[in-house]
Design a protein around this ligand. Structure first.
Ligand code: GDD
Ligand code: MG
Length: 321
């Protein structure tokens, strides 16, 4: 079975202040961290062993995921003291195992993507083409913020152009790659390397078989506050969801795709809309909350008015969605 590598070490700068205390992939969408949703998707495709490539706030992952047995998976952690970039992170993670002798493919995931695509079909496409690398591609209206990936009629990748002003196609790198071990061997060890700006262009230039797997399914990069809230609303739907052990007081009205984590308490007569509320949060009576992110274990006094805010146990900062 293929081995997964999740790239979860980025700084999440565009998501600040939401990433002040939480690495981007651990932010909850629809009540579960993005990373957990990705692990579930990987498992569905038969990937049971996954290496988490961590750097920024690396200490947050292990207490939550442990050895993975809770999910019936085997998890390993590769920690970069200094971020090694996407390529360096892949190499560093693969070095935890005897990857050069591996007969299986590696499946690499950008850790900030919610994708409904069929990972098993992507792996099958990779094998059918005898490819060295196969990238999931999707079409977007504006490709400028992404890796632009032109292909020929057979799906063979002709070029890889990371974040260009005048995109040559709307097909972009959706952030999920199937790699043969030989591709990982090519990434230099212990160095900062960008898979997008260095490895992919080199592979294409040296005429290695790199393919694009097109599947236009649900896809979202949660890299900004607006996108994170969108992703959470997409999972929740119109109303709200609340995790196990959460209690909602009388006459409280919760709408707009709000998600509430586990073991949180909402007082009576509250109005909450379009918000993300973590685990173990306590909110007093008569509160009004809109367009806000309330981090795990935060406390809000009765009659609080919270509009467009990031609240943590130690911070209260504005956010714009
Ligand atoms: N371990 C580790 N170390 N992870 C990293 C590092 C690092 O040094 N740098 C980035 N990452 C992780 C981030 O946490 C994120 O999950 C993923 O790598 C991609 O980084 P982003 O910073 O989110 O990149 P992007 O969104 O601008 O662009 C990438 O994703 C697009 C699709 O969403 C590129 O891969 C584009 O080509 C692609 O289109
Ligand atoms: Mg991203």
């Amino acid at each position: 079975m293929a081995i997964g590598i999740l790239l979860v070490g980025g700084m999440g700068t565009r998501l600040k202040p939401l990433t002040n205390q939480t690495p981007k992939p651990m932010l909850p969408v629809g009540g579960l961290p993005v990373t957990e949703r990705q692990l579930l998707a990987a498992k569905k495709a038969g990937i049971n062993s996954v290496i988490l490539a961590t750097s920024y706030l690396s200490e947050v992952f292990t207490p939550y995921f442990g050895d993975g047995s809770k999910w019936g998976m085997k998890l390993l952690y590769a920690v970069e003291k200094e971020p090694l970039g996407t390529g360096g992170a892949i190499r560093n993670a693969a070095d935890l195992i005897d990857f050069a002798d591996a007969t299986e493919e590696f499946v690499i995931f950008n850790g900030d993507v919610l994708s409904g695509h069929d990972i098993a079909a992507q792996i099958a496409f990779h094998k059918a083409n005898k490819a060295d690398a196969t990238l999931h591609l999707i079409e977007v209206a504006d490709a400028r913020a992404f890796g632009c990936v032109p292909t020929d009629s057979t799906g063979r990748v002709l070029d890889f152009l990371e974040k260009m002003e005048n995109p040559v196609t709307n097909a972009i790198n959706a952030g999920c790659y199937v790699f043969n071990p030989s591709v990982i061997s090519q990434i230099p060890e212990g160095k900062v390397v960008s898979i997008e700006r260095e490895t992919f262009p080199q592979l294409v230039k040296s005429a290695r078989p790199v393919f694009g797997y097109n599947e236009q399914s649900y896809w979202l990069d949660i890299g900004t506050p607006a996108a994170l809230f969108q992703g959470s609303r997409d999972i929740v739907g119109e109303g709200f969801i609340a995790g196990s052990g959460s209690v909602i007081g009388q006459n409280s009205v919760i709408t707009g795709g709000t998600s509430i984590g586990q073991g949180s308490t909402i007082g009576a007569n509250c109005k909450i809309t379009n918000s993300i509320i973590g685990d173990g949060v306590s909110i007093g009576d008569n509160c009004s909350i809109a367009d806000s992110f309330i981090l795990h274990n935060s406390h809000l006094a009765s009659a609080s008015e919270i509009i467009g805010k990031y609240i943590s146990p130690t911070e209260n900062l504005p956010i714009s969605l």
